[in-house]
Design a binder for this molecule. Sequence first.
Ligand SMILES: Cc1ncc(COP(=O)(O)O)c(C=O)c1O
Length: 367
Amino acid sequence: MNIYQKALEERKQQHLQRTLPLPPEGIDFYSNDYLGLAQSQSLSLAIEEECRNAPKLNGATGSRLLSGNSEYAEDVENDIAKFHNAESALIYASGYMANLGLISSLATKETTLICDELIHASLIDGVRLGHAKKVRFKHNDLDDFAEKLKKAEGQVIVLVESVYSMDGDICPIKELIALCNEHEAFLIIDEAHAFGIYGENGEGLVQSLKLEDEVFARIVTYGKASGIHGAAVAGPSWLKEYQVNFSRSMIFSTAPPNHHFSSIAAMYKHLPKCGADRNLLRENIEYFIRKRKASDGSWVDSKTHIQSLIVPGNKEVVELAEKLKEAEINALPIRKPSVAEGKERIRFCLHSYNTKEEIDLLFKTLN
Ligand SMILES: Cc1ncc(COP(=O)(O)O)c(C=O)c1O
């Protein structure tokens, strides 16, 4: 057995083995398709129409910096910037690539990155690739944050998520902005789990609070509530220019093809029409929280579409997920090291298309 096979064997023994499952039958409490847009026939037709009208080119032929740029790509980005009330937007192939490129490029030796301890792996990897000093603060803890901020040197950049992907709770945006302003720190907010859901047209949590002018940059990702794939960084115009010069995940990669830009353009036109889906999701969140409060178990205090039941132990959490599966309920067991030891959990993602009966069945099976 070689060293890599041994590592695999260890994973299996610790109940940590990762696999590539095919979509299961049953009730969806696990996907990020919060508004059902990945399955939406009308979005699908709108994408087809947009593709038909886009310049014909199967592939981009090169990086955006070489042969891969186009007026079409720039028009789509200008529309995204307008939608997000930002000076500029830069599209990436995915949220992972956006975070990797943006954060690592800003993380110079003269920078200190102050990160919430629960930020997503894609932000962490961006931090790791950079050269900045790194400081973590306790999750959503403003006192700890203020203390770290006071001591930070050089240009300070703060990394948080508006809706946290594992706990489903929301960052204290206004307070973070006030503290960042005092110290001239740049606040970057990953809106992966908020884009599509908050705001009149699904703009995200920051814009729903009319705080976009107070935030340095936002990352919006398109693979979750908006049902497609890709991401963009919205921020000041110089930030786009900076990324074009320093963001390696963008510079050294073939640009997305036109059909990728088309699906993004169609999705942005479709999002304002999804008010009814956003309302259905909100109703399901309220119903779920009422049931959660009346039930046993150690739940994370979340008011969003991400709800987590803490079940300490990798083996225990997998067993509970299997019990749910027997009742045809699909919910993901999140194990160490994705979460801290003792914080293993079943993560329930709520959707506009979940029914009250499905939520009832879930709680009946858990209790
Ligand atoms: C908070 C957060 N940021 C970024 C990403 C990465 O986005 P993408 O899936 O588009 O690569 C994810 C994906 O799970 C996420 O949860």
